[in-house]
Design a protein around this ligand. Sequence first.
Ligand code: V55
Ligand code: FE
Length: 491
Amino acid sequence: MAENSNDGLMRTLSAATRFESQVLDCDVIGKIPADINGAFYRVGAEWFYPPKFADDAILNADGYVSSFRIRNGRVDYTGRWVRTQRFDRNREAGRQLFGYYRNPFTDDPAISDPQHPNTRTVSNTAPLVHHGKLYTLKEDGLPYLIDPLTLETQGTWDAFGTWKSETFSAHPKLDPLTGEMVSYGYEANGLASDDLYIATLNSQGRVSDSVTVKVPYVSVIHDMALTHRHVVIPFGGYVTGMERLREGKIHWGWDKTKPSVIGVIPRGGSARDMRWFEGPERCMMHTFNAVTEGDKVILYAPFFDSNFFPFFPNVDGAPFNPAGARAFIRKITLDLGKRGNNWQEEILWPMQVGDLGKVDPRVLSLPTRYLYTQFYDETKPIDRAIVGSAGPARPSNCYGRFDLETGQLDTYFAGPTHVLQECSFVPRPSGQEGDGYLVGVATNYAEDRAELVIADAQRLGEGDVARVILPFKISQQVHGVWADARELGLG
Ligand code: V55
Ligand code: FE
């Protein structure tokens, strides 16, 4: 897998750090801007007990939540396991009771209620901050409520009884103008079900509108996009079914003959308003943003050419092809004014990028100028003797700000021994789009530790303004989010 861009994810995630920790008043290099007051929440995955099957997906490892609380230029770090039902049952048994990723038929016989998703979800994918609460998310179950200060797990959440799906996406979208959340659950009514539930939640966290539609085929629907008028649902390539699950296989296989699909439904629309567009083979995981312009829906997303995950095997038996696991920043235009299928796709920058992208949350669903993501810049110096042995083959050494207006790329370079995880955007209060900071964790392979880097998002080329030093490495995050202190009443 040497050239596979997810090599780093595989390796760093398999070495669990396992402990819970709190570091008060962390060492800081540089100066943390005084206008930053809030917390950077991260969610990732580590095996508390080793997996039952060595070839299982790392996506099946236990959820771990962490936070960097920043105030008055000072930082406290906290990291804890998410106490899911599954985590507690494993702890009771003293071993791993759960089998393959999203296949309850491979669980230990001690699990008596395998059909209920919340016995299995590991809540390891993304933090969510909405209506003054913090949650951890995983697309195969319900959110877990987390105390934003102590990171204690406080149980599952079903939008106060209003959420009508067994699952809840790890990537709901927050409308910055209305305070609404739009979210969805796929395989909404049981394992391999073709029901897709899409719902709007009001600013109090209650479902105000929902619809259930049938998908063209059951696939990973990992992320969505939101415009001021439409909900956009991309997926493709991965397939499942009760047959493969009963055979004891991992939940997903890759079927290169399947089209990629984008569903578009007006916000508040009914099932008959849903339109499905088909495109070429693609692995459609994360989005940046989308916008509706007249009759056109325009989606910006770092999609892969083909299967990104080596542990979800090709259904035709072909070996995993690392060359297909490459993400590029794409612009996909769908014309709702035309009948039938239409799909225009353009690659906006020639280089391969990491697929964990962000926009300034103030422009989510709205016209957008800047996309941010991590990528590997081969022209920057890299200490192969240090990173090469322990780190990934294509280390993300830069954060990029990709300017959709001018085509310009500004880069933050973390240093020759540093590998960056996903960034998050910290808006500067009352500023315009792009006015703020990028924060993200770097693994420093020279010092064997983690550092939180903070860079001015409008001056990425000047390097970071501060680095928060942890005296140890921390686990790979899947996703993170910045929360202003006022959003969670942190003080
Ligand atoms: C993804 C991550 C997941 C998952 C399904 O990045 C897809 C995509 C961390 O868990 O379960
Ligand atoms: Fe994700």
